[in-house]
Design a protein around this ligand. Structure first.
Ligand code: NAP
Length: 248
């Protein structure tokens, strides 16, 4: 399983939820992890401690990834300390749901900036280093909502559909430099993001999942680890849906 030995991996929003599971999975396969967080410093420190306890290597990096200056500073520090970056997982994300009549322009902007602009900024900054090295793997976390749409999530769906377009375009741009760019589209996963949903909505969602359960963060992490590894050496520009069969 240790197929990421010697790789340096940055996971945005790695302190909680799906990001935390991705950090743990990549670390278990031998990668050195940089756990980015915006506010959850204690949670990110806990992830680092868990990885170290298991014999791996990890470090925290605070940055709001929707802010260009903070992204530049974070990557500069990573390259200065580790010499390179091999794997970038753009996982940071948020929701601010409402029907369009009630949704404020600020709710649209905040979700686009946190989900899509951050992804573009981190891809742009990582690509510079990866292009020099002529290798790298970028995995962007989108959502089945970016493929199928979802009432009450016009902002979130637009951001996640945008990530799929970004992924394909960048994959075409950088393939010649040995860099692969893919997306993972989770379905309905147990994290803080889905914790507040009403029981009725939760039950209906599970009914629509052929495999009959919500996803675990580890389900997503395993797909990310595969795409990050050389086992996926001939895969680029793809969106891997991990949703128990919800969207086919
Ligand atoms: P979550 O538990 O709410 O965690 C969100 C993570 O994003 C946190 O670690 C948070 O860090 C980070 N984050 C948010 N804004 C940030 C920013 N500006 N800069 C840096 N980090 C930021 O969410 P999750 O469920 O794990 O979701 C992770 C990803 O999967 C998201 O992109 C989400 O859209 C996607 N997804 C989730 C589901 C699901 O069912 N849960 C389904 C499809 C797709 P701080 O706490 O430090 O702010």
């Amino acid at each position: 399983m240790s197929n990421l030995e010697g790789k340096i991996a940055l996971v945005t929003g790695g302190g909680r939820g799906i990001g935390r599971a991705i950090c743990q999975e990549l670390a278990a396969r031998g990668a050195t992890i940089i756990v980015n967080y915006r506010r959850s410093g204690a949670a990110a420190a806990e992830v680092v401690a868990q990885i170290e306890k298991a014999g791996g290597a990890a470090r925290c990096a605070q940055a709001d990834v929707s802010d260009a200056d903070q992204v530049t500073a974070m990557f500069k520090a990573i390259v200065s300390d580790f010499g390179t970056i091999d794997i970038l997982v753009n996982n940071a994300g948020m929701t601010r749901d409402n029907i369009i009549m009630m949704m404020k322009p600020d709710d649209f902007d905040a979700v686009i900036e946190t989900n899509l602009r951050s992804c573009w900024l981190c891809c742009k900054t990582a690509a510079r280093t990866m292009m020099r090295k002529r290798s790298g793997s970028i995995i962007n976390i989108t959502s089945v909502v970016g493929i199928a749409g979802n009432g009450g999530q016009t902002n979130y769906a637009a951001s996640k559909a945008g990530i799929i377009g970004l992924t394909k375009s960048l994959a075409k741009e950088v393939a010649v430099r040995g860099i692969r760019v893919n997306a993972v589209a989770p379905g309905f996963v147990e994290t803080d993001m889905t914790a507040d949903l009403a029981d009725e909505i939760r039950e209906k969602a599970i009914e629509a999942i052929p495999l009959g359960r919500m996803g675990a963060a580890q389900d997503i992490a395993k797909a990310v680890a595969f795409l990050a590894s050389d086992e996926a050496a001939y895969i680029t520009g793809q969106t891997l849906v991990v949703d128990g069969g919800m969207v086919m």
